[in-house]
Design a protein around this ligand. Sequence first.
Ligand SMILES: Cc1cc2nc3c(=O)[nH]c(=O)nc-3n(C[C@H](O)[C@H](O)[C@H](O)COP(=O)(O)OP(=O)(O)OC[C@H]3O[C@@H](n4cnc5c(N)ncnc54)[C@H](O)[C@@H]3O)c2cc1C
Length: 404
Amino acid sequence: MNVAVIGGGAAGFFSAINVKENYPDAQVVIFEKTRHPLAKVKISGGGRCNVTNGNTAISELASAYPRGKSFMKQALRIFNTKHTMEWFESRGVPLLVQDDMRVFPVSQNSDSIVNCLQEQSEALGIISEYWSGIQAISTNGEQLDLIFSRVDLAPRTFDKVIVASGGSPRYEGLEWLEKLGHGIVKPVPSLFTFNMPSESIVELTGVSVDPVMVSVPGSKLKSRGPLLITHWGFSGPAILKLSAFGARFLNEKNYRFDVRINWLDQINHEIVLKQLNDMAEEHPRKLLSNIRPPGLPDRLWRYLLHKSELPLTRKWGELGNRGLNKLVAILTNDTYSVLGKTGFKEEFVTCGGVALDSIDAKSMQSKSCKNLYFAGEILDIDGITGGYNFQAAWTTAFIAAKLN
Ligand SMILES: Cc1cc2nc3c(=O)[nH]c(=O)nc-3n(C[C@H](O)[C@H](O)[C@H](O)COP(=O)(O)OP(=O)(O)OC[C@H]3O[C@@H](n4cnc5c(N)ncnc54)[C@H](O)[C@@H]3O)c2cc1C
């Protein structure tokens, strides 16, 4: 049996290695269009590679995928984060689970993952061919012909083909797969930060609050977690998560929308009012600038007082109902105008790709084209930050490599 893997990224290498382990007699070739295999693994996680997540509860893991939740729930039963950790550790890459559950190589260097995949591949006799981009696939009886972008490369015939060519930012980049009968979900970016050029809060760059509740008025989008103020707007896990779950909605809004922050992560206004009332009763002679709700950084508190037009020199005892209500409003319903997005340099992914209803989740085989399989970000699956995107690549590649 001869097997072609299209794409020399995380999903491509992982599927090729597993094919060869499952079928030692198979000839396996990886076709990579660039000269740089595993390029994203190399730069991932700021050069440290957040290879997976330490959580092993399948339904919680599946909830980290705004696109592909139920597909991944099924697939993770076969190969999940626990298996990923075992796989790399048993091949000489010790891993470390951080307090935030992100998993990195102990070396804190993505080269450990890159080298492991390349060494495994070489040891198994997998052939890698670079500058070998695939332009089209055509059926040839039960076999598949690969047509190369380079005119000097003649088409080649394979018994099985795994497509692991990664996310495509443009619809046109997926047309070669649409022609084979697969549904295509329009690609849009996921995992981005918010640009707020008209908001003065950006002057507080470097301030972070954990946790806050972030929402987008007029939608059901909501997320909770740490928020970081940057010199261009808002970033941090709460924002990235919101951008992932809202990827398509926010794209339709052309990335112009309002974002609402609940700085105290407390939706019950009565509780916030009581908390502020208690502070006023306890410290009636203290200045607003000197006493603030727990968890709020001083610079942010001063900024919010200024935004509510409450003088820093006013005493807590002089606030009155009007002042207290102003504070409740700004602390729980603080709204900013977002006018664009910026890619998150640590990690960004494409929402969209080959439609999951075109694929059998148990085998990753195409429903429209026999002997053709899919793995990785080419599929309409993407996760929030935290190692979930690589996990989707390992999981789908492992299943595709069974060639069922
Ligand atoms: C800067 C950055 C940091 C990231 N950090 C993390 C992280 O720490 N943790 C995490 O979980 N996720 C991270 N991600 C996301 C993660 O890298 C991707 O989800 C993952 O790499 C997808 O793997 P893949 O093999 O499907 O695609 P890719 O890694 O994109 O690999 C696809 C390969 O196919 C090749 N190719 C494309 N088309 C063709 C063709 N027609 N013929 C032949 N070859 C082709 C490409 O050149 C590429 O080498 C990060 C992403 C970025 C951009």
